[in-house]
Ligand binder design. Structure first.
Ligand code: DX5
Ligand code: ZN
Length: 224
């Protein structure tokens, strides 16, 4: 029996003028994680937030901070995000040059390590790293912006990854490896992603739409 789907609101869709209050509000509304999208204007065509903001937000919720790095290079910033209060640090294998080394670095700092697959990136890019990581993040849009449309082929990728993750996990005595999806998640795509096997849904637009009074209902609706 699978555990209930967890929800990771992406604060990219929050009101940036009051991020601390927004983080507290999603925690009070039943979120399971705080998903932080870090963009460098180079690996992806947008600039967002850095470790100083993560540090400033940390006291606003007890929830794990799920930090999604869309930056290249990765290694020079890992320690700063860890110190700022990230609990899970996820990066893209293309950000290179040595993803295995980056995973070891994240783990050496006592944090969970995740790898993210862009829509065009095949599963084989992370296949040999599955035994080392705690999470796979499937991008169901091209990274860079909130509010984009869900890419349908992500569902087949999720199904295949579910199978491979379960096989690796079983070999490792049931060590948990989470499968998370990010981009274009709404009540309808959430249902299909859950059926395909995800454990965690990232949702920006769908969480924050309608303002603070709607957050709890928005989160509950996604859980299905
Ligand atoms: C995109 C980010 C996502 C994004 C999701 O690069 O990784 O987390 O904010 O936004 P929605 O849920 O609006 O598609
Ligand atoms: Zn993200």
């Amino acid at each position: 029996m699978q555990q209930t789907t967890r929800i990771a609101p992406s604060i990219l869709s929050a009101d940036f003028a009051q991020l601390g209050a927004e983080v507290s509000a999603i925690a009070a509304a039943g979120a399971d994680y705080v998903h932080v999208d870090v963009m460098d204007g180079h690996f992806v065509p947008n600039l967002t937030i850095g470790p100083m903001v993560v540090k400033a937000l940390r006291p606003h919720a007890k929830l794990p901070f799920d930090v999604h790095l869309m930056i290249a290079p990765v290694d020079p910033y890992v320690a700063e995000f860890a110190q700022a209060g990230a609990d899970i640090i996820t990066f893209h294998p293309e950000a290179g040059p040595h993803p295995h080394r980056t995973i070891q670095l994240i783990k050496s700092l006592g944090k969970k390590a995740g790898l993210s697959l862009n829509p065009g990136t095949p599963i084989s890019a992370i296949e040999w790293l599955l035994p080392e990581i705690d999470l796979v993040l499937v991008m169901s849009v091209n990274p860079g912006f909130g509010g984009q449309r869900f890419i349908e082929s992500s569902l087949d990728k999720i199904k295949e990854l579910r199978r491979r993750i379960d096989a690796v996990s079983e070999k490792q005595g049931g060590r948990p490896i989470d499968l998370e999806v990010d981009g274009g998640i709404n009540v309808e795509t959430a249902k299909r992603a859950i059926a395909a096997g995800v454990d965690v849904l990232v949702a920006g637009t769908a969480t924050f739409q309608g303002g603070t009074s709607k957050y709890a209902a928005n989160i509950a609706a996604l859980r299905g």
